[in-house]
Design a protein around this ligand. Structure first.
Ligand code: PBG
Length: 341
């Protein structure tokens, strides 16, 4: 029989004051020496937006502090991200023209592919350059895939587009492609296409457990989404916890190098399950709505901005994420460095 931990804790505490958890909280040095979870700049990945045709960066109203970059300012911001020592960047493109099949996604001169090449030539291998692999920014209807005649998202026709997109992104210089459309079989199809093209070197970051979340609202401003409706026929139901493990197991079987949970903060239970079950590294995406909530409350003076940001990302790591995609990646990395001094 194993000892009953409740009973032994009660016995130890029988003389008041014998056991004092507060002892280890008394000074910053004591607390630092026993902290279980630490953030490091290399844990952080910065999602970035680049819009075709811009000469100046454009602010995004619902994401104060985040911009749509021009190709030029994207390069500079990527160089700053590398100097800050973060782990990587994840690029999203905003094209000027959209069509039913998202042609811009597979055009080597499309904005995202040009931006990938720009960033690769700017920072080389100093950052992991991740490419969002999805059609929603490029389609006129705003869905993550192509549609059938009756307007539903055609899973298998979409996979063909994703395979093409992966090759163009690899050619442009992505180290990692990140299929985010939640189509069944997307990881396997992308892996096969890369391998058949001799690009076994390019990794796949799979959006494995991506929920149909209200917290993507500001992102849709950032990419000027044209979506009318929702993504509930392909993204996961927020009520489902077990299903995340099914998605993760499938993606790993299909060859995912990293699996992601998204959103992060409201899904820490899912993240904890995935971290326990996964045999590959786990990423979590602190999404635009998580960003907007803390920025808005901080702007009102209702939260201590720096502490709230740091704690929100720390909690994601504590729940089991090996890497966190966050719009605060560079600022947070700078704070972490300050704290080491
Ligand atoms: C879709 C995509 C979305 C986000 C990343 N990729 C939006 C969506 O699924 O509707 C959201 C990211 C965020 O909110 O920060 N390709």
């Amino acid at each position: 029989m194993s000892p009953d931990p409740t009973a032994s804790a009660a016995a130890a505490a029988a003389r008041p004051g014998r056991v004092r958890p507060r002892r280890l909280r008394a000074t910053p040095a004591l607390r630092r020496s026993v902290t279980q979870t630490r953030l490091h700049p290399a844990d952080l990945v910065l999602p970035m937006f680049v819009k075709e045709g811009l000469t100046e960066p454009q602010p995004i109203a619902s994401m104060p502090g985040v911009v749509q970059h021009s190709r030029d300012t994207l390069r500079r911001a990527a160089a700053e991200a590398a100097a800050a020592g973060i782990g990587g960047v994840n690029l999203f493109g905003v094209p000027l023209v959209r069509d039913a099949v998202g042609s811009g996604a597979t055009d080597p001169d499309g904005i995202l592919n040009q931006a990938l090449a720009d960033v690769r030539s700017e920072v080389g291998d100093a950052l992991v350059i991740q490419a969002d692999l999805c059609l929603d920014e490029f389609t006129d209807h705003g869905h993550c895939g192509v549609l059938t005649a009756d307007g539903t998202v055609d899973n298998d026709a979409t996979l063909v587009r994703y395979a093409e997109m992966a090759l163009v992104q690899a050619e442009a210089g992505a180290h990692m492609v990140a299929p985010s459309g939640m189509m069944d079989g997307q990881v396997g199809v992308v892996r096969d296409a890369l391998d058949a093209a001799g690009r076994a070197d390019v990794a796949v970051l799979a959006y494995a457990a991506k929920y149909a979340s209200a917290l993507y609202g500001p992102f849709r401003d950032a990419v000027e989404s044209t979506l009318d409706g929702d993504r509930r026929t392909y993204q996961m139901d927020p009520g489902n916890r077990r299903e995340a493990l099914r998605e993760v197991a499938l993606d790993i079987a299909e060859g995912a190098d990293v699996v992601m949970v998204k959103p992060a903060g409201a899904y820490l239970d899912v993240l904890s399950d995935v971290a326990a079950a996964s045999t590959v590294p786990v990423a979590a995406y602190q999404v635009s709505g998580e960003y907007a909530m803390i920025e808005a409350a901080s702007a009102q003076g209702w939260l201590d901005r720096r502490r709230a940001i740091t704690e929100s990302v720390l909690a994601i790591k504590r729940a089991g994420a090996d890497q966190v995609l966050t719009y605060w990646a560079v600022e947070l990395a700078c704070w972490l460095r300050e704290e080491w001094r």
